[in-house]
Design a protein around this ligand. Structure first.
Ligand SMILES: NC(=O)c1ccc[n+]([C@@H]2O[C@H](COP(=O)([O-])OP(=O)(O)OC[C@H]3O[C@@H](n4cnc5c(N)ncnc54)[C@H](O)[C@@H]3O)[C@@H](O)[C@H]2O)c1
Ligand SMILES: [Zn+2]
Ligand SMILES: [Zn+2]
Length: 340
């Protein structure tokens, strides 16, 4: 069986690995698709805290169950599934108080110490495997993992009826956050990205208020402003646009050492809430339900798929910021273009 292996920081190989076998409460999944995201580049570059090499990357996975171990009852061979990559210790202060996404020993499959899905078949703990309906598109279902992050983000937003939302960044995450806004009561949704191509995708998924600058949006202030770029200029542009009493959310991951300027006086005077959100917390099953309910238009969001052999090209393309969501399809015989 073939697997992409990050051997050490900056160094990957396509390796032959033995077929996995299912242990107690484990599931073996034939991978249909696994999304590429910024986390993969950070892991590859050796910048992700805690990664232990060698590691098979890939944490946004969907596929078909090909074997189950003893004690697995909620999925069967042949089921389509999506996989929550987060595993937590279950013992620390955070795990024991319902905040396991903040676990100090957080381990993501394909991110920290357990192999991920950039291989023909991979092993997941049964508790992380979520069954899909037979009619669900198993390739597009690889978007359920990022959707679970977006749903976590909404858990900590006010979600009041008739509020106006401004989202920075029309990458996968910004597009998901913007598409969920009407479900959270938004009266309007505006999206901003410097890249015109990304704005075209935003319009294809139904976000018509799409601009290269918030100055062009015909509105001065928004109730909720969400940064989905991690870019300091976007953050500094967005915070002053929050209406009094409103909320600014850091969804994007800024560089660990970066600092941003804002007015503490304004945060006080206008009661601005600044909130963060980190990964998935009890939101994966809800993401499956929202995905299967058609809450997002997934087809326009995926532009290319790559074979395991072409993994380096996928990483390269991701770094250039071209294309939309890029996927690895380990059991496909050729790479494909869905949207140029
Ligand atoms: N909080 C979480 O749980 C979580 C989960 C997944 C991803 N993320 C983070 O969310 C962010 C977005 O992820 P993605 O996969 O959509 O990334 P992406 O790179 O595909 O998209 C980011 C977009 O931001 C745009 N952008 C950059 N600078 C900008 C600026 N100054 N103004 C306007 N737009 C700008 C880019 O053109 C790009 O289209 C990343 O930082 C990622 O690490 C956070
Ligand atoms: Zn990801
Ligand atoms: Zn813990």
């Amino acid at each position: 069986m073939r697997a992409v292996v990050f051997e050490s920081a900056g160094n990957l190989t396509l390796a032959e690995r033995p077929e996995p076998t299912a242990g107690h409460k484990e599931v073996i999944i034939e991978v249909a698709a696994v999304g590429v995201c910024g986390t993969d580049t950070h892991v590859f570059d050796g910048e992700f805290e805690g990664t232990i090499f060698p590691l098979v990357p890939g944490h946004e996975a969907s596929g078909i169950v090909v074997a189950i171990g003893a004690g697995v009852t909620h999925v069967a061979v042949g089921d389509q599934v999506a996989v929550n990559p987060s595993t937590t210790c279950g013992e620390c202060e955070y795990c024991l108080t319902g905040k396991s996404n903040l676990c100090r020993a957080w381990n993501g499959l394909g991110v920290v110490a357990s192999d991920g899905a950039s291989q023909e078949r991979f092993t997941a703990p049964a508790a992380n495997v979520f069954k899909l309906k037979p009619e669900t598109d198993v390739y597009q279902a690889a978007l359920i993992e990022p959707l679970a992050c977006a749903i976590r983000a909404y858990d900590i937003l006010p979600r009041k009826m008739s509020e106006h939302y401004l989202v920075y960044g029309a990458g996968t995450m910004g597009l998901l956050m913007a598409q969920l806004a009407p479900r959270a009561g938004a009266a309007s949704v505006t999206i901003v990205d410097l890249n015109e191509g990304r704005l075209a995708t935003a319009r294809e998924v139904g976000i018509d208020n799409a601009y290269t600058s918030a100055n062009d949006a015909g509105r001065e202030k928004w109730d909720v402003v969400i940064d989905c770029t991690g870019n300091i200029r976007a953050i500094e542009d967005g915070l002053p646009r929050v209406k009094a009493g409103g909320t600014f959310q850091h969804f994007g991951v800024a560089p660990a050492e970066a600092m941003a300027n804002y007015s503490p006086f304004r945060v006080y005077r206008d009661e601005i809430s600044i909130v963060g959100t980190m990964a998935v917390l009890n939101s994966f099953g809800r993401a499956v339900e929202m995905f299967e309910a058609g809450a997002i238009k997934s087809e326009p969001m995926i532009s290319h798929s790559f074979t395991l052999e072409d993994y380096p090209q996928a990483l390269e393309m991701f770094r250039k910021g071209t294309g939309r969501k890029l996927q690895i399809r380990p059991n496909d015989s050729s790479s494909k273009v869905f949207h140029a």
